[in-house]
Design a protein around this ligand. Structure first.
Ligand SMILES: [Zn+2]
Length: 451
């Protein structure tokens, strides 16, 4: 078995792991780098030599840092199958098309504003590249095993996001497991991650490797924020990932209403056509969720769905207190930027980030206390209140990761800690070494390993 760590090695994004396993050449996840510019620039490098003649790509889940680079691979000639769960295939369509759309939009805007270093600015890929990519996707049923170039592949539900799975690959008596992103035991929507059985080689994520989620009641906290903001005549903006987080927020807002903790007629807007589509997919796949069919069906009851950009702009101008959910979740693009531009300079409003913020993003700057942020080529003063509700995280925290690891029936011969900022990855490595006594290391970007 040979491994090469092509991403998510020194950072939390760009998940890409090449494995050659008894002759089969596979890429596990094919994610975009996000966050710092030096990381994002890696997206523009052509696929390395080792990715030529791949037999297949296997995806753990549909977040862009796990599947968002697939269209680049396809642009460079990859025509093999891409295996993932059915829900991941459905969500990947939504996320990849949106990613292409945002990149085309950014390139157009940069060309108009003339602030790109590249003339003309080009998108990394287009909707046409994404359509070619989607045609390669083949859904796999979770739990069932299937042979991919002589390797038995099995998807093990990982919580975290609709369709998210750990990847279990076996050949002969050797097994490799990639955790993918692991969810938490007390997620609002997803059941806890399942144990994948024994592994010889394990790649485990470490997003929250050095942190534990605060014991906060997110519903009570969000209720309090909404009530106090509305009292001073302000509105609450929830920059949210359109997939997963937006549905959890809708669920909590419906529960707050049902409990009388916010007014039944409090206007709630979902300003993200992608979140609307994703909500429909969550409703279609409701049997994979931990909430009742009734709650799943009621997620957008009495929620105003904003469709057009014109409606979004009108909503930005409206002075009535309201709650707005809009994407993207780390304020790196999308309609949320227009709302931020309108709301940040006004101290009456409250911006609540309900999820992990990758270092280098506007979201991370804002929760870190930035007094101004740059968007659309200009600096916007930050006067609004900014909060971070980490309790909405879709990731297992350090204790959750350790609990998942303790469920392995025997120590893997080699464990690699991936998908974390350096401090988080190293903290998890120390705990695995000290508390479990396993052979463990944090691989470097581009590092090769063979057994
Ligand atoms: Zn994820």
């Amino acid at each position: 078995m040979q491994l090469q760590f092509l991403g998510a090695a020194d950072t939390v994004t760009g998940s890409r792991h090449f494995v050659e396993f008894g002759g089969a050449r596979l890429l596990l996840d094919c994610g975009l780098f996000q966050g710092f510019k030096t990381h994002r620039e890696r997206n523009w490098a052509p696929p390395p030599e080792v990715l030529r003649d791949l037999d297949a790509v296997l995806l753990s889940h549909a977040h862009l840092d796990h599947c968002g680079w697939l269209p680049v691979l396809v642009k460079h000639g990859f025509r093999g199958p891409v295996y993932a769960s059915a829900a991941t295939c459905a969500l990947a369509e939504v996320l990849l098309l949106d990613s292409a759309h945002l990149q085309e939009e950014d390139a157009r805007r940069a060309n108009r504003g003339g602030w790109s270093r590249h003339r003309p600015a080009r998108p990394l890929y287009t909707a046409a590249d994404v359509k070619r990519t989607l045609a390669l996707m083949q859904p796999l049923a979770p739990g069932r095993s299937r042979s991919v170039a002589g390797v038995q592949l099995q998807l093990v539900p990982a919580g975290h996001l609709l369709g998210a799975s750990s990847l279990r690959l076996s050949r002969g008596d050797q097994t490799l497991v990639l955790s993918g992103d692991l969810g938490r035991d007390d997620d609002l929507l997803m059941p806890p991650p399942q144990a994948p059985g024994a592994a010889d080689v394990l790649l485990v994520e470490s997003t929250y490797g050095n942190r534990c989620h605060p014991q906060e009641d997110v519903q009570a906290r969000l209720g309090e924020i909404i009530r106090s903001t509305v009292r001073r005549g302000g509105s609450v903006l929830l920059p949210s990932f359109a997939v997963g987080r937006a549905q959890a927020l809708l669920l909590v807002l419906q529960r707050l209403r049902a409990a009388g903790e916010i007014a039944a007629d409090m206007p709630i807007y979902l300003d993200s056509p992608m979140a609307r589509t994703a909500t429909r997919l969550y409703q279609q796949h409701a049997r994979l969720l931990r909430i009742s069919a009734r709650e799943a069906a009621g997620l957008v009851d009495e929620v105003t769905l904003i469709e057009t950009p014109q409606e979004s702009q009108a909503l930005q101008r409206s002075r009535w207190p309201k709650v707005v959910i809009s994407a993207s979740g780390m304020a790196t693009g999308g309609r949320v930027l227009g709302h931020l531009k309108a709301m940040l300079p006004n101290p009456r409003h409250h911006i609540v980030f309900p999820g992990f913020q990758v270092a280098g993003t506007r979201g991370a700057a804002l929760v870190g206390g930035a007094r101004e942020v740059k968007m659309f080529g200009e600096y916007i003063a930050v006067k609004a209140e900014v909060s971070h509700l980490e309790g909405f995280s879709g990731h297992a925290d350090a204790e959750g990761l350790m609990a998942w690891l303790r469920a392995f029936p025997k120590p893997p011969s080699q464990t690699f800690v991936v998908h974390g900022e350096p401090a988080a990855a190293d903290a998890l490595r120390c705990r695995i070494q000290d508390e479990l006594g396993w052979a463990v290391r944090v691989p470097a970007q581009g590092e090769c390993w063979s057994a």
